[in-house]
Design a protein around this ligand. Structure first.
Ligand SMILES: [Zn+2]
Length: 106
């Protein structure tokens, strides 16, 4: 690996650490690879079409990226859950929910 490639790899590593972007390495030679195309097959599954940056390698390959699990639930999904729960309440249950919320914040 040339001196410029080492320097470029260090810069890419620093940039990746600061930007928290996905870095892909070639499974054949270990050089950095670029994502050339993303084919979103499902909300939680994508194929990433990648090409090795090392011209002497030239490997092109596909990675599967899948959703694994939630660490902290989305605020948007909490809102949907609340809306669904509150939607079917009768007036007495609605008032009870309001009273509980007021007592929880007091
Ligand atoms: Zn390669």
């Amino acid at each position: 690996m040339s001196k410029n490639n080492v320097k470029l790899k260090k810069l890419k590593t620093l940039w990746a650490e600061n930007m928290r972007v996905m870095q892909v390495t070639c499974p054949e030679c270990g050089s950095w690879a670029k994502i050339r195309k993303t084919n979103r097959k499902h909300r939680q599954l994508s194929d990433l079409y990648c090409a090795c940056d090392d011209l002497e390698c030239g490997h092109t390959f596909v990675l599967n990226v899948t959703f694994s699990h939630t660490l902290s639930p989305s605020a948007k999904s909490k809102k949907k859950l609340l809306q669904a729960a509150l939607k079917d309440l009768n007036p007495q249950q609605h008032q009870l929910a309001l009273d509980l919320l007021k007592s929880a914040t007091a």
